[in-house]
Design a protein around this ligand. Structure first.
Ligand code: CO8
Length: 258
């Protein structure tokens, strides 16, 4: 029996699959679900047999936000003392690439959870939004920061101040999602992308992720220098030797993740 109640955890080859599973609440992110997602990601991240993580929800909802019913009665001193939602930050420490496969609602914390992943593949039914202002609060899991970096100030302000949703096409145009696929194909396409990533050298995929993420934290000159140093370090891996030898010998590389 699974140790989890609000998520499903599965493995397909080198891909770990986490499915948010509170269908009656449209996968609203309560504290148990937060603990379980964080635990599952950390478990998969520590497993060297896993080369990519896929995080998804249901066809109707990726997640309709933080659990409003759980959150509503809390006082300021409670949310401050427990540092409400800070545990989600632990997902940013995962080194294994994480793809969000989003269908239906990704609102509030749901949109923020998708943005905590490395990239988002959306179904044509996906709806993204930061509607917190309609509840008398503001985004609390990084939405005002990550949405602004993803889509720019104009659209982020529009979303956070009016609380309106974006459909999948607008989200793709704005750079929030990497691609849109028909809802019925979402899981297969996202799994194929995750399987492709997991077939690459794991340490090199981690380095690529680290390099891209560095661009959010530093200047261009420092970021380019960081990238070059990490690029140099790929030459210390067996997988660089294998990848380049396979190209020269016109064969498929067999990465050893070392
Ligand atoms: N929390 C708790 N329950 C929810 C949530 C939620 N976020 N979303 C939906 N549900 C529940 C509904 O209450 C309903 O339960 P029940 O059947 O028991 O009444 C069930 O899921 C189905 O939902 P609906 O009947 O409303 O379904 P509809 O198809 O009519 O509507 C919507 C779907 C439009 C998604 C609608 O449910 C909705 O607007 N949900 C809320 C969306 C929202 O506002 N999300 C943002 C939440 S706030 C947040 O995420 C970050 C807060 C940061 C605060 C920082 C503090 C430190």
């Amino acid at each position: 029996m699974s140790e989890f109640e609000t998520i499903l955890l599965d493995r397909k080859g080198r891909v770990g699959i986490i499915t948010l599973n509170r269908p009656k609440a449209l996968n609203a992110l309560n504290s148990q679900l937060m603990r379980e997602v964080v635990a599952a990601v950390e478990e998969l991240d520590a497993d060297t047999e896993i080369g990519a993580i896929l995080l998804t929800g249901s066809e109707r909802a990726f997640a309709a936000g933080a659990d409003i019913k759980e959150m509503a009665p809390k006082s300021y001193s409670e949310v401050y003392a427990e540092d409400l939602f800070s545990q989600w930050d632990r997902l940013s420490s995962a080194r294994t690439p994480i793809i969000a496969a989003v269908s239906g609602y990704a609102l509030g914390g749901g949109c923020e959870l998708a943005m905590l992943c490395d990239f988002i593949i959306a179904s044509d039914t996906a709806r993204f939004g930061q509607p917190e202002i309609k509840l008398g609060v503001i985004p609390g899991i990084g939405g005002s920061q990550r949405l602004t970096r993803a889509v720019g100030k104009a659209k982020a302000m529009d979303m956070c101040l009016t609380g309106r949703n974006m459909d999948a096409e607008e989200a793709e145009r704005a750079g929030l999602v990497s691609r849109i696929v028909p809802a019925a194909e979402l899981f297969d396409v996202a799994l194929e992308a995750a399987t492709t990533i997991a077939s690459m050298s794991l340490p090199v995929a981690m380095m690529a992720k680290e390099a891209v993420n560095r661009s959010f934290e530093t200047t261009l000159a420092e970021g380019v220098k960081f990238e070059r140093r990490v690029f140099h370090s790929t030459f210390a891996t067996a997988d660089q030797k294998e990848g380049m030898a396979a190209f020269v010998e016109k064969r498929t590389p067999e990465f050893k993740h070392a």
